[in-house]
Design a protein around this ligand. Structure first.
Ligand code: SAM
Length: 330
C-alpha cells in the first residue's frame, strides 16, 4: 500500500541533472514531481520519454525496488533512452504509442503515469525531421518515421476540403480555406516536398499577424497533430492509463494545445464528477467516481517562462485513481 511506502520528497524546481542542455528542459518539472508523488518502491510509466528530463527525476527518487517504464513513438528518443537508462535494472523501455500501453504486460498496477504531449525540442531542432517551418528539410513530421504517411504524402493526396478542415480544427487557422486552395494549386504544378516550400507558400497567401509570428506556425502545428493522430492517441491513452493505474496511483498530463487540454479536462471530469441530473439518465444516481481531480490546470510560473518560452502554453492536470468505491486509497 502506498501509505506504507517510504515517500521521497520532490526536488524543488529543477531537473535532477542540472547539467542537462537548456534545449531539453523538462516543462513544469517540480509540479510533475509533486503530482506524481514518487515513492521509492513504486512503479511508474513515462509514456513520452523525449529526452528523459522527467524520467530522470523519477529515477532519482526511486529506490532499488522501484520500476520505471519508458515509452516513446520516436525511434531516436528510444535510442537515447537505451543509451542513458538501458543498463538500469529498474528501467524497461518500449517503442510505441502510449495509446498501446494496455498491451504492455509490465504496465499494470502503476503508481504514476506521465504523458508530456507534443513534440520534443530535438524533434523541432533537427531539420531532417521536417517539423519546423524555420529549418528547411523534407516535409515529414512523423514522430515515428517508419509508420504512417509523411506530411508531404498526405498533402499530395488529401482533398482540399480535408486539408482546410485540419488547418481549421487543429490550428485554428482562419485562412484555412485559402491555404488549402493554394496547396492544391501548387501541387498540381509540382509536389510540395520541403518544409521551406510549404512555409513560403503559406506566407505568400497569409499576411503576417500583429504579433509578428510566422503565418505558417498554426498550419505546421495542425498538420503535425493530424499526421501523428495525436488526439486519437490521447483519447485511447487516457483510458488505457486509467486502467493501468492501481488505486491511489496518479495520472499527470501536460498538454500544449487547447484541444488536448480540453480532452484531458473532460476525461478527468467525466470520471470524477457525477453527470448533472437528467430524467433520461437515472443511473447518474449510482455514479461512482474513478478519479479525484487534484487541483485543475497548473501552469508555469514567471521564472520558468523566462527560462523556457516553450512552457508558455503548457497546462498540467493531475488526477488520482480511486479505490473502486469512489474513495481515496489508504
Ligand atoms: C514534449 S516531449 C517529452 C519530453 C520529456 N518529458 C522530457 O522531459 O524530455 C514529447 C515526446 O513524446 C513523444 N510522443 C508524443 N506522442 C506520443 C505518443 N502518443 N506515444 C508515445 N510517445 C509520444 C514524442 O515523440 C516526444 O518525444
Amino acid at each position: 500500500m502506498a501509505g506504507d511506502r517510504m515517500r521521497t520528497t520532490a526536488q524543488p524546481g529543477h531537473p535532477a541533472d542540472p547539467s542537462a542542455p537548456a534545449a531539453h528542459l523538462p516543462v513544469l518539472y517540480a509540479q510533475v514531481m509533486d503530482g506524481l508523488r514518487v515513492v521509492a518502491d513504486g512503479r511508474y510509466l513515462d509514456g513520452t520519454f523525449g529526452r528523459g528530463g522527467h524520467a530522470r527525476g523519477v529515477l532519482e527518487q526511486l529506490g532499488p525496488g522501484g520500476r520505471l517504464l519508458l515509452m516513446d513513438k520516436d525511434p531516436e528518443a528510444i535510442a537515447e533512452a537505451e543509451v542513458n537508462f538501458g543498463g538500469d535494472a529498474r528501467v524497461s523501455i518500449r517503442r510505441g504509442s502510449f495509446a498501446s500501453l494496455g498491451g504492455w504486460e509490465q504496465a499494470r498496477d502503476l503508481d504514476g503515469i506521465l504523458f508530456d504531449l507534443g513534440v520534443s525540442s530535438p524533434q523541432l531542432d533537427v531539420a531532417e525531421r521536417g517539423f519546423s517551418f524555420g529549418k528547411d528539410g523534407p516535409l515529414d513530421m512523423r514522430m515515428d518515421p517508419e509508420s504512417g504517411e509523411s506530411a508531404a504524402q498526405w498533402l499530395a493526396r488529401a482533398e482540399e476540403r480535408e486539408i482546410a478542415d485540419v488547418l481549421w480544427l487543429y490550428g485554428e487557422e482562419r485562412q484555412s480555406r485559402r491555404i488549402a486552395r493554394a496547396i492544391v494549386a501548387r501541387r498540381a504544378q509540382q509536389p510540395i516536398a520541403r518544409t521551406a516550400e510549404l512555409a513560403e507558400l503559406i506566407n505568400s497567401v497569409v499576411p503576417r499577424g500583429k504579433d509578428k509570428s510566422n503565418p505558417a506556425t498554426r498550419s505546421f502545428q495542425a498538420i503535425r497533430i493530424h499526421i501523428n493522430r495525436e488526439l486519437a492517441d490521447l483519447e485511447t491513452g487516457l483510458d488505457a492509463a486509467l486502467a493501468a493505474l492501481r488505486p491511489g496511483g496518479r495520472l499527470a498530463v501536460i498538454s500544449f494545445h487547447s484541444l488536448e487540454d480540453r480532452m484531458v479536462k473532460q476525461f478527468v471530469a467525466r470520471h470524477a464528477k457525477a453527470p448533472p441530473a437528467n430524467r433520461r439518465l437515472p443511473q447518474a444516481e449510482t455514479f461512482v467516481p474513478a478519479l479525484a481531480d487534484l487541483g485543475g490546470a497548473i501552469r508555469a510560473d514567471e521564472a520558468e517562462l523566462a527560462a523556457n518560452p516553450r512552457a508558455r502554453s503548457a497546462v498540467l492536470r493531475v488526477a488520482e485513481k480511486l479505490d473502486g468505491q469512489g474513495r481515496k486509497a489508504a
